[in-house]
Design a protein around this ligand. Structure first.
Ligand code: EPU
Length: 451
């Protein structure tokens, strides 16, 4: 535990430029997609984060040769000799990520069977996989649950199906895409997730030879093809990381330019940022305007110097306000004058981290009721899923233990905004999704150190 602590001397505005690379929640899926190809794939701008290492390990176990390309952040994946991995080897990855579940379809296509260990990921609710399993069964997969995990087979092959998700789940939509592309016949998926990362995954699959149509009203149609090939792809930038740094600029009264951030994927966030009083400038037209080689744009975010304003918000599926933007932004909302409301409608237990903010001087109360928006799935089910934030509060230093990835970054921002010296335990968890965050903090002038 001692190595896994960061000492944060707070109270200094973060100022400067940092860069975001490919989105964690696309890169890991694009890596899984490589398994479906008959030839090598090349993915650019891959961040050095732990989730990428987990998928790299899983692909490696299944005979995919993964190597670094010539460019920084380039990954080459050669799936020519896909093979079965032993249950013991795969189980080393149990509990470390949610990604293994997405290997089901590709492994069934390539090998005729798959083994999936117990899943991990952030502890932000029960995170069931019932939608995934139901869809796989409808494609023709046979699932055998054992104490160590799930064994899947497809004795009669995988066939296109008419499916409808009870909720537009990101993972279940990806599951269907990765399975349907090589299933025999046509698949129609209703109530699909349409997050930018999903659309980017569809782009990857189309590059591989898939035929996928995105209709209006969350309907996706996939025409199965017998073979897919390798792809070359530069992923969409990480809009969760970009928003996290934007929130850090507000909370610490600083100014951060996030190079690589893209306006189109973040419009909902940018509107909210402005409503709070945050200032922003899109700088991605700089390259075109200046024509300077090597010049790179993004989005610059800064504190207005005047008081921030309270807002009422609810998280939702795309194009709503992302659940992963919620935690860092709540830290900034502790600095806004008035009463802010955050209604979390995607995960039922994603507000636990507010206790730590209260221990630092924030005034946040959580409720079971659906506050500030439309009633959601969690309203009558006893989940503390609405937060009322009264501000502004002067935050003071504290010892904090990081519970999960996004809440962890929120803890870090709170410590940076607070007066005094905080100790943040469990910071290595942040490496799951934030590349080089300590180097980035140093570049922004933060006073942080390892003991
Ligand atoms: N759900 C079910 N059954 C299922 C699948 C999902 O009930 O079989 C429910 C979940 O419990 C949740 C809701 O559906 O209440 C949405 O879950 P979803 O499947 O959309 O989430 P996910 O695919 O597991 C991805 C991201 C999350 C992000 C969500 C929502 C990855 C690896 N993870 O999770 O990212 O919060 O979509 O956008 O892509 C993160 O990056 O920190 C993170 C947690």
């Amino acid at each position: 535990m001692t190595e896994d602590v960061l000492i944060v001397h707070g109270g200094t505005p973060l100022q400067g430029q940092i860069r975001v690379r490919g989105a964690k929640n696309l890169v890991s899926k694009a890596m899984v997609a490589a398994l479906l190809g008959e030839s090598p794939s090349r993915l650019y701008d891959v961040p050095r984060i732990r989730d990428v290492e987990v998928v790299r390990g899983l692909l490696g176990l299944h005979g995919v040769k993964v190597s670094d390309g010539a460019e920084d952040g380039e990954l080459v994946m050669d799936p020519t000799n896909v093979e079965s991995a032993s249950t013991d080897e795969i189980n080393v990855h149990a509990g470390s990520s949610r990604i293994p579940i997405l290997l089901c379809g590709p492994l069934l296509h390539r090998l005729g069977h798959a083994f999936i260990p117990d899943l991990g990921g952030c502890h932000i609710g029960p995170r069931p996989i019932d939608f995934h399993m139901k869809a796989l069964r409808e494609f023709g997969a046979v699932v055998d649950k054992t104490p160590e995990g799930m064994h899947l087979s497809a004795p009669n092959g995988l066939h296109g199906a008419k499916l409808e998700l009870p909720y537009p789940s990101v993972g279940a939509t990806e599951q269907v895409l990765l399975t349907a592309v090589r299933a025999e016949g046509v698949t129609e998926l209703r109530n699909a997730a349409i997050e930018p990362e999903i659309i980017d995954l569809i782009c990857v699959l189309q590059k591989m030879g898939a035929i996928i149509t995105v209709h209006t009203d969350r309907v996706i149609e996939i025409q199965g093809v017998p073979k897919l090939y390798g792809y070359e792809h530069k992923p969409i930038p990480d809009r969760i990381e970009a928003a996290s740094w934007a929130a850090a600029a507000l909370a610490t009264r600083g100014e951060i330019e996030v190079l690589g951030a893209r306006q189109t994927d973040m419009m909902t966030f940018l509107n909210v940022y402005r409503n709070i009083g945050g200032e922003l400038k899109i700088t991605d037209d700089r390259v075109a305007r200046d024509g300077v080689t090597g010049a790179e744009g993004g989005i610059k975010f800064w504190h207005p110097g005047t008081e921030l304003k309270a807002v009422a918000l609810e998280t939702d599926v795309h194009p709503g306000f992302m659940t992963d933007w919620q935690q860092p932004l709540v830290v900034a909302l502790t600095q806004a004058r008035g009463i802010s409301i955050m209604h979390e409608t995607v995960y039922e237990q994603r507000l636990g981290y507010t206790e730590a903010l209260n221990s630092m001087g924030a005034t946040i109360q959580v409720y079971r009721d659906c506050l500030g928006g439309t009633p959601c799935r969690f309203g009558r089910r006893n989940f503390m899923h609405s937060a009322v934030i009264a501000g502004p509060s002067k935050l003071h230093a504290a010892d904090l233990v990081i519970p999960d990835l996004r809440a962890g970054f929120a803890h870090l921002i709170a410590a940076l905004a607070a007066e005094g010296t905080s100790r943040v335990y469990g910071v290595n968890l942040i490496k799951r999704g934030y590349e080089d965050f300590e180097q980035k903090l140093a570049a922004l002038g933060a006073h942080v150190e390892r003991p």
